[in-house]
Every structure is written in C-alpha cells, then in structure tokens.
Design a protein around this ligand. Sequence first.
Ligand code: ADP
Ligand code: ZN
Length: 727
Amino acid sequence: MSTIQQAQEILKHKFGYDSFRLEQQNAIQHILNRKDCLVLMPTGGGKSICYQIPALIFDGLTVVVSPLISLMKDQVDALRANGIDAAYLNSSQSGGEQGQIMRDARAGKIKLIYVAPERLLQSGDGFLTFLKEVNVSLFAIDEAHCISSWGHDFRPEYMQLAKLKMLFPTIPIVALTATADKLVRKDILEKLELHQPATFISSFNRANITYYVEAKKNFYPKLMEFLMERREESGIIYCLSRAGTESLAQDLREDGFNAMAYHAGIEKTAREKAQEQFIRDEVKIIVATIAFGMGIDKPNVRFVVHADLPKNIEGYYQETGRAGRDGLQSEAMLYFSTADVIKMKKFIVIGDNPEQTKILTKKLDQMARFAQLTTCRRKYLLNYFDEPAPDVCGSCDVCLSKFDMIDGTVIAQKALSAVSRLNQNFGMNYTIDFLRGSKSEKMREEHKLLKTYGIGADISKEDWQTYFRDLISRGYLQQTEDEFPKLRLTVTSEDVLKGRTTVQLVKTKTVEEPTRATASQAEVSYEKELYADLKELRKTIADSANVPAYIILGDSTLIEIAAYLPLSLEDMRKISGFGDVKIQRYGREFLDLVKDYAQRKNLTTRISQKQPKRERKASRPVKTNEGGYKNTNQVTLDMHRQGIAIDEIAMQRQLSAQTIANHLAHFVETGDLRVEDFVSQRKIDQIRPLIEKHGYMSLKRIKDDADDEISYNDIRFVVSSVLSGNG
Ligand code: ADP
Ligand code: ZN
C-alpha cells in the first residue's frame, strides 16, 4: 500500500472522514517524504489532520508545539476519543504525572505529545535530553505566526523554536497557522530555518459564514429579534468595553436569554467557569470583549455578533472566524453606525506616535468602508487579504439583497461637481451641507457664492449619505486616509461629469433570506426531533466522560444521522465523523435511538442517498513554493484555453460548474475572454437592456424579468462584459 493510501485509510478508520479537504493531502504527502513545510488554512479548515495522520504513519513520536494549555487538552481529548494515543505535558501536572508520560513516550506507547514552546528546549528539566533519547519523527508547530513580531500575536516564548533546526537537523518540521500575511509567512520560514520548505496555502474564504451588516439604530430590539430566531444556538457577542459586555449580558438575561459576560477584568475562576459552561453548551451566549476566543476551539458557534465596530479587518475576520468551525452554516452580524467610527478614532490615537496612529486610522477606515459597502462583502474581505474573489458571492447581505436602483446620473453629477468645486479638500458631511445649501456658520462665505451651493437641497441628508457611500463603493469617488477623510475624484469621475456614462444608484435595499445553498445541512433535510434526541444522548455521554459534547461527535455528524437514518452499524460507518473507535464505543447507543425513532415514525433508512461527500477543495493556489503560486482563476483559464468545457473543468478540478463559470466570468470582466464565447448573441441582446433597467447588483431581478431559458450564468457573463467596458 502506498503511503497516501495508508493516509486515506487512517482518515476513514481513525477519523471517520471520506476524503481530504483543501490542501490536506498535498501537505501530508510532503510531510511523509520527511520534508519541511508551512501549512496555511483558515480556521476550521482542518490543520490538525495534516500532522496527526503522518504522526500515526511514522514509527516514532510526533511533538506538537501549541501555545495554550486549554487547546492542548482539547486536542488530546479529541484524539483519545478516536482511540489515538496522545498526551500533553504542562505545568498543571505533577512531577509524577509528567514522569509517567515521558516513560510512556520512551516505551513507544504515545504517538503524539503536546508541549508548550518554552518547555520544549528548556535546559535543566531534562526535556531536551528526553527528546534526544526518544525517536522523534516530526515536529509540528501550531499557531506558527506567534514566532513573528510582524504578526498581531507575537509570543516571545516562540523565539526559542529558532534553535530547533540546529538541534534536530534531520527531523522534519511542519509549521501551521490560520493567519499570516506575506511578511509573516516569510518570517516563519526564516525564523524556524525550514529547509527548502514548501508552502501549502488554502483559500481563506469561509464559505459557510454569511456576512451581514445592519444599521445600529434600534440596536437592542434588532439584536433581540436576531437572537430569538436562534434560541437553541451558541453564539458570541463582541462589545468594545467591559462595562458594555456586563450591561448587555444583564439585559439579555432579564429578557430570558442564557447569556454571560466575559472580559479580562472578571475574576479568573469566574471567567474560566463562564468559558467552560459555554464550551459545554450550558451557557448559550457569551457577551465579551475581544479578550475572549483565543483559547477556545468550540466548533458549533453558530453566530458572532459585533455590537461595536472592530478596529480593523484582521480583528473582524478573526472574530467572525470563530463561527462555524464545524463547517455548518453560520452567521456574522455587525451593527454599524458612523458615530462608532468617530468614537473609535479617539481610541486609536497614540499620542507620541503619529506614524502608528496613521496606520491604525487607515485600518479603521478600511473597516468602516467594509460596513458601508454596496458591493459584495466577501469579495472585499478576500481582496483585503490579497486573494482574488468573484464579484458576487451569493451569501452576504449585499449579494442577498434586492436593491431598488434609480438612475442616479444627475445626482452623481451634482455630487462630483460639488467635490470638484470644493477643490477636493473637504469631507463628506461638509460637502453634503454645501449641496444642501446649509446656512450653518461652518459653511465658508466664499463657498456660498459658488454656483453648486444648494443644488442638492431637494435630497435629505441621510439620502445624500447613502448616495455618497454608494459612489465611493463604485469607485466614482474616493476618500483620503486622513483622520478626517476628504473626498477626492477618481479616474472615472470625469466620465460622469462630462455625461459620458450613466450611473445606477441604490435607492433602498431589502435583504432576502439566504438560500443556504452553501450549507451542508441544506444538502438534505433531517429529522428535527431525532436531532434533538441525538444531542441529548451526546450530552449525557459527554458529561459522564467529563468532556465537551463536541469531543464525542460533531453537530454535522448528528445532522447526518438524523438525515440518513442509519439502521445498522454498517450504515453508521458511512456517516462522516464516525471512526472505528467511536463506532465501537457509541455506535450501538446512537443506533438504538435511531431505530426506535424510525419505528415510531414508520420510516426506513435513507443511507443509500448518502454520497461520499465531496469535500471543499483548495480554491486558491495549487501546490506552491513560497512566492509564485498560480491562482485558481488562472488554472481554470488555462484549462479553458485548452478547449476543455466548463462541466469537464469542474469535474477535473472537483469544483462546482458554478465556480468555474465565476472564474471565467472574471476573465470576461478583465477583457481576457469574450462574452460571445459563452452566451449566444440572441441571449446577449435580451440581457443587456435588462441590466440597464435593473443595474447589475441583483442578478435575481434580471433573472426574474428574463425568459426562462436565460440562466444565472448567462446573466453573470453579460454583466461581466458590461463591467469590462466591452459590453
Ligand atoms: P483548524 O485547526 O484548521 O482550525 P481542525 O483541525 O480543528 O481545524 O479541524 C476542524 C474540524 O474539521 C474538526 O472537527 C476536524 O475533525 C474536521 N475535519 C478535518 N479534516 C476533515 C476532513 N477531511 N473531512 C471532514 N472533516 C474534517
Ligand atoms: Zn457577497
């Protein structure tokens, strides 16, 4: 059996999964060849398996460096639940316990050992000698970005790991992280002195998270409504201040929600208790400052709410990323007000450091811009992290919205000429006051004499704000990065001013329910009642084993059971997440529950409907060495140019045909491909006027208005050609 077949077997039998995800297989193959590498995967992507499977194939011991004691324990519990021999060493254990673990490791009774970075190379307590004596096969450095002072989470104790390569030159090292920009990546490779390393980067897109932004006006009633629809689910609400978390948690409790506050000012034992109860699903909602989250791996967090504006996109992405680690559909909700931006600006001023203040201000403005987008929020996030993305994701509030568009050409002309008349030297509010002919003292006398003064008096201040944001989103205007940003014209402004182009603007927006097409639970419908019973059984088992419920089985596994109704242990093996040991330990109990339910409801098994799940594949680069990777769009383009049809490309790349079409539409937009290659002239002629009528923000409106024969793909391609300027 080849080693990769062996890896596949372990994936199925030990972990209960059918296929590898993202770059797992490539990384594992590389590690099995005893070579160094860096693995970048988003939270919940499945980094651990990349070193856990090699650990089981190699003869010796795998040493995993992990920064947080709570995470070590969780990982070890999860491995043991699958019948894998693992242990951790940390200061919470007695000398005797530690001695026993080291003896077990020497005797080859342990395959993986988790240690803190400071412990690893510490001289004096004999651990280094221990490592030299036992047969170490692999070092895995988790949260590897902590070694870089460029990162947002530098930990000095990680610096010691720089000596690892020198001390153990022949033992391969795998470094893993979910957050690393180019600079940090390079830093990790250098600091760890990895030898001819490969880097495996997966897409950072969190496809199972839907992003929403709502105005903060009427915050509390809106939040209540949001939470009421998610009564049974776990979530985190982030607030800026400690006092804010306490008062909100209190309000929520008085309104009958099971909520607790968490911040660094709360006494340690109380804080740990809150966290523990949250992990065990005994507390549903944690209202926290950003102090919360680092040390937890809870996979079934279904929503993350931001009650206040985060300081930057990095923080926002990391915090929202705590939702949906298990891959099930989850939501991120941000409540936004411009007053928050002003408030936050005061917070981030660093008195004696104007340079740093400038960087932080810029980051805050980028965050505020995200909140005010009228274009796809996912695209903005991915582009922020230098990753290409299609224009429409279909699962953010903007993409899900129906926009009422108006012909905003005249409005845009008024706005742009006001900016121009004010010499591009004023901010949005002043410009709006100017347009509305404000009599305020702040309005300069010389401005009152200009022709443009007051030409926008017929439009309310709020509407102007919406229009300006839209104009910025669409690139007709931009804002400077000053503390008080000024409006500037762009290269496209002139076309508007000279009447060479028309402008569609958003009048109102209504968010539709997501179709949940991306959610794994949407692939099948499942028995809700049975699901609740399964959860209860899981909780009982977990409590008696004294571990969180998710260590026993994940929510997605229970959903599959409730959907496919396995009625024999053989059927149960087909459920994702049920490895051999778990079948042996718990299979019978869960099976009895399902059988009983099926009998009562007169149902038969649906296991034959279960296809081995096609796991998410890398949608970003293929295998890379640091530096030059081919992005996924490019791979599709190359295949298209070889004359391969969309469906065939989709099959070969194990992506959906929709995704492939999106890639190709991207190249229609850049002008590299022609729309005529994909859509017949007759259809193009039908679609173009509809785009003019409805704008291109909601493909659905165009679809609704078009003949049935017109598909979303047809529309997408024609929209791309219009955007390319060749339309
Ligand atoms: P990360 O460390 O990247 O945040 P984990 O390693 O904790 O992610 O994995 C997240 C979840 O995904 C875990 O529940 C894990 O068991 C599951 N998982 C990992 N690989 C696969 C796979 N190939 N198929 C299905 N589930 C997987
Ligand atoms: Zn979107």
